[in-house]
Design a protein around this ligand. Structure first.
Ligand code: SF4
Length: 582
């Protein structure tokens, strides 16, 4: 008996924690001889034939697919073809995309024998026993929906929640996870009730034993795993748990691993904020769902967020300059029209997160949002990802405009490559939203969307856009663009539109000769001579200052080069590193 647990991920760097947990649990707790359980991971970018051939090559007895919003269309295509090439093979599904509408799914796909609904570990264990001809019959296995011999569908009673500490650690062998993000779960369930979210349906919140969690964190730290993403829905919903984890990683940090947490910022207390602000830059990053700042909207979608507290906490954490903060907004929520969304955008933008993600409402099957579609005159795509098309408050035309704003935010804000130019440019517009909207219009009018632009081209486009805005001093913006360009990279071929570098060759030569002797600014370049140092760094005149860009030292949050003000280098007036240019 060979069972394949199959995951089709959105990107190669992702991994599917669920299938690893199911495999580990079934192998650990199998009563007799466990059947062979293999994991197969693919991505949605792989050719369809390649996956079909690979699955065929395995000659499995059972294939279980892990179904999510991003892969269900792909899974559906495989469901169509697999029975033709592997007749007699049994097909099962699981995951959030099929858990809340299992009967409907079984009606739609006659080739599927059953669906695992909700938490899967114990259910899958019992199913493996059933497949091997031992254990319970399907009628007795909780947490499944399956097809009876008569052809009708039976949905069994749901399962009691699992003790999360009973799930084995799945990363003992890191071979399969090289260069991939590791996902880790220290709690399951969410105590909140956001109307668009499936996690709000099951409020059975539980935590993994903290001593177990600490041992596993130590494993990641010891193995210098680059990034661990906690999948806990609201990581800080229990203070003692969050404090224990954060204290542990702060105390045992070895400078290599970054931990990502989804949190509710307004729940953070002063003790937690103090701890976070004292962490190594880059040790943690925080994802904070704001979704909207419109009070009526927040109430309607049943979020319990205290807006003023979120602003306060984000500002406090920002002061520490050590934590990447990622703030989310959702367009298409009830009681938020175009102007209302622009207001939410401007408010969140003013908090200056490192990333501002604009998402569009997805109307998930089984969510309260889906029940309210009539009341909200909410139209959404019939196919995954079930994205909003229009609401009582927002037309499809306006959604298209917001999509353009979103793309401009991705390119000119979230890429962190234009930070100073954009901050300066914002001042020319009534609001940041209007700036990104105007940029979107410029892209549209000049046929720039849908084209794959090089990084340098993006700078040039921005420069042309700025010149077309009637700004007082376009020359000044050339300076900002030059600064942003060199902060990121020691560009070999300076783009023409930025003009000549105004640092005299003689001054540069003298400066690097002095540095090769003194190492006053470039202190750990002892192995290099003046010519090599000149190649490895960059000198630029900027607003009356001579700046030295040091690419061996970068800001762990933005990847920007360290920048020294070397204006008084002949007099050695002191080493000043510049963090903010505005
Ligand atoms: S959106 Fe986040 S906080 Fe709200 S129910 Fe879902 S997981 Fe919980």
């Amino acid at each position: 008996m060979k069972i394949l647990l199959t995951a089709i991920n959105a990107k190669y760097i992702h991994s599917n924690l669920a299938v690893y947990s199911l495999q580990a649990y079934a192998q650990r707790y199998a009563k007799g001889d466990a059947p062979e359980i293999q994991i197969k991971e693919y991505t949605i970018n792989q050719p369809f034939d390649e996956i079909l051939m690979d699955l065929y090559g395995e000659q499995p007895d059972v294939i279980c697919f892990s179904c999510y919003l991003w892969n269900i269309t792909y899974v559906e295509m495989l469901l169509e073809e697999l029975p033709k090439v592997l007749p007699g093979m049994r097909l099962w599904l699981g995951g959030p995309e099929v858990s809340y509408n299992a009967a409907e799914i079984l009606g739609k796909y006659p080739m599927v024998e059953g669906v695992m609904c909700g938490e899967g570990e114990e259910t899958f264990l019992e199913l493996t026993e059933y497949f091997s001809g031992q254990g319970k019959c399907l009628e007795e296995i909780r947490g499944i929906a399956f097809r009876l011999l008569s052809g009708s569908v039976k949905v069994n009673e749901r399962r009691e929640v699992l003790d999360l500490s009973a799930v084995p650690f799945v990363y003992e062998d890191l071979e399969d996870f090289q260069n991939r993000i590791i996902y880790y779960e220290s709690s399951r369930g969410c105590p909140f009730s956001c109307s668009y979210c499936l996690s709000s349906i099951d409020k059975r919140l539980r935590f993994r034993d903290i001593e177990l969690v600490k041992r596993e964190l130590q494993f990641f730290i010891d193995h210098e795993v680059p990034q661990v993403k906690f999948v806990d829905r609201t990581f800080n919903c229990r203070h003692d748990h969050a404090m224990a984890v954060w204290n542990y990683i702060a105390e045992h940090d070895r400078g290599k691993t970054n931990f990502h947490f989804e949190i509710a910022a307004d729940l953070l207390n002063e003790e937690e904020i103090r701890l976070i602000k004292g962490m190594r830059p880059g040790l943690i990053q925080l994802e904070i769902g704001v979704q909207s700042t419109n009070e009526r909207t927040i109430r309607e979608i049943r979020r319990s967020m205290k807006k003023a507290r979120v602003r306060e906490v984000v500002a406090q954490i920002r002061e520490g300059r050590n934590v990447h903060q990622h703030l989310d907004l959702i367009a298409g929520l009830p009681y938020e029209d175009y102007a209302g969304f622009a207001a939410s955008f401007n408010e969140v933008y003013s908090m200056r997160p490192e990333q501002l993600q604009l998402g569009f409402l997805k109307v998930l099957k089984g969510s309260l949002m889906q029940e309210k579609t009539g009341e909200y005159e909410l139209f959404y795509q019939d196919r995954p990802p079930y994205e909003v098309l229009s609401t009582r408050w927002l037309s499809y035309g306006e959604i298209i405009r917001l999509k353009k704003v979103e793309e401009m935010v991705e390119v000119y804000y979230n890429s962190v490559q234009f930070t100073n130019t954009m901050r300066e440019l914002e001042k020319e517009f009534a609001s940041p939203f209007e700036l990104y909207e105007a940029l979107g219009r410029y892209y549209e009018e000049n046929g720039l969307f849908g084209v794959s632009h090089s990084r340098i081209a993006r700078y040039e486009i921005l420069y042309r856009f700025i010149c077309g805005q009637g700004v007082k001093d376009p020359e000044e913006y050339r300076g900002w663009l030059t600064l942003d360009l060199y902060l990121r990279d020691n560009v070999r071929n300076r783009p023409e539109f930025l003009g000549e570098n105004r640092v005299e060759k003689e001054e540069a030569a003298e400066f690097y000769k002095m540095e090769a002797r003194e190492h006053f600014y470039l202190r750990d370049y002892e192995r290099y001579d003046s010519r090599q140092m000149r190649k490895m760094t960059h000198l630029e005149n900027f607003r009356g200052k001579l700046l030295l860009f040091d690419y061996r030292h970068r800001n762990p949050l933005t990847s920007d080069a360290a920048v020294w003000d070397v204006t008084g280098w002949r007099e050695e007036k002191g080493r000043t590193e510049i963090h903010e240019f505005l």
